[in-house]
Design a protein around this ligand. Sequence first.
Ligand code: LRH
Ligand code: MN
Ligand code: MN
Length: 380
Amino acid sequence: MQLEVQAIELPSWAFGNSGTRFKVFGTPGTPRTIEEKICDAAQVNQYTDLAPKVALHIPWDKVDDYAALRTFAADQGLVLGTVNSNTFQDDAYKFGSLTHTDAATRQKAIDHHFECIEIMHQTGSNDLKIWLADGTNYPGQGDIRGRQDRLAESLAAIYARLGDEHRLVLEYKFFEPAFYHTDVPDWGTSYAQVAALGEKASVCLDTGHHAPGTNIEFIVAQLLRLGKLGSFDFNSRFYADDDLIVGAADPFQLFRILYEVVRGGGYGPDSTVAFMLDQCHNVEDKIPGQIRSVLNVQEMTARALLVDRDALTLAQDTGDVLGANGILMDAFYTDVRPGLAAWREDRGLAGDPMSAYAASGYQARIAAERVGGSQAGWGA
Ligand code: LRH
Ligand code: MN
Ligand code: MN
């Protein structure tokens, strides 16, 4: 069955406390260490069999011994996934990191990525993910063109340091924290930069990083066509970078995205597209929040796989507008939940992972055991 190959990577930071710039609410049982985050991620995998990898964010998840962390994860049935760099929380980067006018500051940011690559060798991770907060707030504040040129140079230095098995994925985001211009604001810029680097570089598409009304599935189709869709950061949004549970705000959009993924060869054993979540759980419990998230991705993947593609092609080629639309909608409206519950039961899992987790007592146990859980990263 095609669903068996699905593997969704969880972000370590989803298990930490997070919030808005107004308030970070604490949640009882929040992990205090990366090891505790890994234990929580293992719960998600245990109830869903969908989430065998945990992504790290450096320095949020910095440890002395990454080989030991890898073994710890393996003992929980997990592998360590994407290493996310972080050049957005250091005073030195006030005016940019990889794009900075000062060569020493640029080198500091490049060195941070070298450290991430070294960590990847020890964790066995394949992907280095770069998201930059670089940009300006006022017209004239920076030389937009010069910043692109410096970015290209810095990325080339990082790319040259990758191991044979490594990939670099460059994430874009249309605004925030900079508001006038962002150095990697859109898929086109990310594509232009990674295309110049070479085969091991591709684009990371974070579903929350677009202007309202953007046709994200079109971007998916185009990047797959170009062979440059490296990974997803899944989440959902109503307004901006809300980081809500994937598929919560607009399940139909998630279906349309996953249909283009399937259509474009981005799903299955031969695909190299990494499915990752990038979310925060500010007011809901984090472990069930992640369970719900991976289930949402699985449900929409199952629906996307149901599309009768031969019939759809025929309808499209013969100008049958409403017939074609109907074929897509039939798949979207099919309730796959009972089938997926049966799929889980066949694998010895509970049909309903949400209630099975709630009944397990894990949440009460961590709430009692863990005192003083830390933030997801911001201000930690
Ligand atoms: C930026 C982003 C990026 C970061 C993560 C914490 O908004 O999506 O992926 O690494 O949030
Ligand atoms: Mn992201
Ligand atoms: Mn984001």
